[in-house]
Write a new protein. Structure first.
Length: 283
């Protein structure tokens, strides 16, 4: 198999691209790192196109339309930092999608999960508010959604038709155009997510990775899109007063499966990551 890794001029993407291709070659496959040029490039001489983040919406669509497999890479769900730096240790991987949800219903070993040292808290029994976690404008463009503010306003209205519990709206912290919305208390991005999870009864989101932290913290989720917690969550706002509560065994298996969808730079370079990614592409 041959793959093409499309990388921006950011050094971390260049390094990631080279590590990825090194790992591909360790398995007898081949590939190259191509520079992004701002157009909807396709990996015409490859079976798979690799790229980083939802900024690659046109790239994703063009390659899918051309029948080329896609592998989207982004910040890991476990945001461990490399000691002494601000760089995250894990990168998440999604084959032919934005999130790897189609691969989270399996029963993979728990060996990689042990490396992450994740504490799984019991489900909250008496939450005091509902938390809406928003995504970026780029994310909404990727999915063809209305802008994040309008989308959140719609969620508030729908939630309010089912409950009078207080609602907090927390837009994506890095989204600079976020503003307060009627019917919800403002949760500015400068405050840590943990502060709002402590007393939350339910989190509602389309695709924020905050649902990963919510599930680990014992906060049930309602996923209206394809967020990573979808396989163990409710998907309808109408369930706001009684969201699905996965068993601890189900949550641990979900985490174990998810651990096989995020990798370190070293694991890309050695080819350990590619061994799993290639299996998913071959399916």
């Amino acid at each position: 198999m041959r793959v093409t890794f499309f990388a921006s001029d950011k050094q971390r993407e260049q390094d990631l691209g080279q590590a990825f291709i090194d790992g591909v070659r360790k398995h007898g496959d081949d590939g190259c790192v191509n520079a992004l040029n701002g157009e909807a490039q396709t990996a015409d001489d490859s079976e798979a196109a690799i790229f980083v983040g939802v900024k690659s919406r046109e790239l994703y669509a063009a390659n899918r339309a051309a029948g080329i497999h896609t592998v989207m890479i982004d910040k890991g769900y476990s945001r461990h930092r490399i000691e002494g730096t601000r760089i995250w240790e894990y990168w998440r991987v999604a084959v032919n999608g934005h999130h790897p949800t189609r691969y989270l219903g399996e029963a993979l070993p728990h060996d990689r999960l042990k490396l992450l040292n994740i504490e799984l808290m019991p489900w909250h029994e008496r939450g005091k508010h509902i938390l809406i976690c928003g995504s970026s404008a780029k994310y909404h463009q990727f999915y063809g959604l209305v802008d994040p503010t309008t989308y959140a306003e719609g969620l508030v209205a729908e939630i309010r038709s089912h409950t009078d519990m207080p609602i907090y709206y927390r837009p994506k912290p890095s989204w600079k155009d976020a503003r307060e919305i009627r019917g919800a208390k403002w949760s500015p991005g400068g405050r840590t997510l943990d502060l709002y999870l402590r007393a939350a009864a339910v989190m509602v989101t389309h695709g924020s990775n905050a649902c990963f932290e919510a599930v680990c913290a014992g906060v049930p989720c309602i996923i209206t899109g394809d967020a990573v917690a979808k396989p163990i969550s409710s998907t309808a706002v109408a369930d706001i007063n009684g969201p699905y509560l996965a068993t601890d065994r189900q949550r641990r298996q979900w985490l174990a499966n998810l651990a096989y969808q995020q990798w370190t730079m070293l694991e890309f370079r050695t080819g350990e990551a590619w061994a799993t990614i290639r299996q998913q592409i071959d399916r």
